[in-house]
Design a protein around this ligand. Structure first.
Ligand SMILES: [Zn+2]
Ligand SMILES: [Zn+2]
Length: 282
């Protein structure tokens, strides 16, 4: 069996880094990793400036090649996380000033896409926790900007959203239709069972957190399901996400107990990755 992680983070400064992660993941049957940028301050780049994002991009590209050296297929994503909006607001950098930085970051992202240095945009979206309406709506403007870029670059985009079930999936579908974007390019990440149900209904690809991928979640007949660890690679926050190698171990158990068939595992772990990330099958 082959296993994939459709959304994880790597941090060579605080944690294992992509090389070690890829080696261990590959040894447990892993073939594909989708590496998503972390907010710059996670890597110690605390200046609210485009420079911090240039450093993130360099780090990401370096990390992706370290993972590839281990023989796994890698897709790299760079975005502007809704939590970054909160972070900068707390520093006193509000929407008026932040807008300029966001525009520069998106120019950087566009250049990187054009040069083939990254494969998609993300994560962008809306906070999943309570914050001020102002920050919420500003985060959403970043998401709209990112989704409109899909039209020009035809790349996948990973959305971080509230887990609002119907409301979440419906609002994303509405936006995608208004912006005339192919729905298959939009991946709703960290989808709860309820949000996943409505994502499937509206034709949106989604990633299930392996920690929530229990018998009930796994046994549902999904069309657009992938699985993620959302690993943070931060030894100071061990419990907040799963390890990528928990994907093979959990899925193997679901296979052994008959919750999933081999065909179903193959669809989730390989076919859907090939469909939505447009990578070559292993
Ligand atoms: Zn997220
Ligand atoms: Zn994430």
């Amino acid at each position: 069996m082959l296993y994939s992680d459709a959304h994880l983070h790597v941090n060579p400064i605080r944690g294992f880094g992509a090389g070690k992660i890829a080696r261990k993941f590959k040894s447990t049957g892993g073939w594909f990793l989708s590496i998503i940028s972390l907010p710059p301050h996670y890597y110690g780049f605390v200046e609210p400036s485009i420079e911090s994002y240039r450093k993130v991009l360099d780090l990401l590209i370096r990390e992706a090649s370290r993972a590839k050296e281990q023989g796994v297929i890698v897709a790299v994503f760079m975005g502007f996380h809704p939590a970054e909006v909160d972070y900068y607001y707390k520093m006193g950098v509000k929407a008026d000033r932040l807008s300029g930085i966001v525009d520069e970051v998106f120019k950087l992202i566009e250049d990187a896409l054009r040069m083939g240095l990254i494969d998609g945009i993300g994560e962008v979206g809306r906070p999943h926790y309570g914050t001020s309406p102002e920050r919420f709506v500003f985060s959403e403007t970043i998401m709209v900007k990112a989704i409109s870029l899909v039209r020009d670059y035809d790349v996948p985009i990973q959305l971080h959203t509230e887990q609002g079930g119907y409301a979440t999936a419906y609002s994303v579908r509405q936006l995608v239709d208004l912006l005339k974007i192919p729905v298959s390019r939009i991946i709703l990440h960290h989808a709860s069972f309820e949000t996943a149900t409505w994502s499937d209904f509206f034709g949106l690809p989604f990633t299930a957190p392996i920690k929530q991928f229990d018998e009930k979640y796994a046994s549902h007949k999904w069309s657009n399901c992938m699985v993620e660890s959302d690993f943070l690679d931060d030894p100071n926050r061990p419990g907040v996400s799963a390890y990528p190698w928990e994907i093979p171990s959990t899925v193997r158990k679901l296979l052994e107990s008959g919750v999933l068939s081999e065909e179903e595992v193959y669809r989730i772990m390989v076919d859907n990755i090939v469909r939505f990330f447009r990578v070559k099958p292993p």
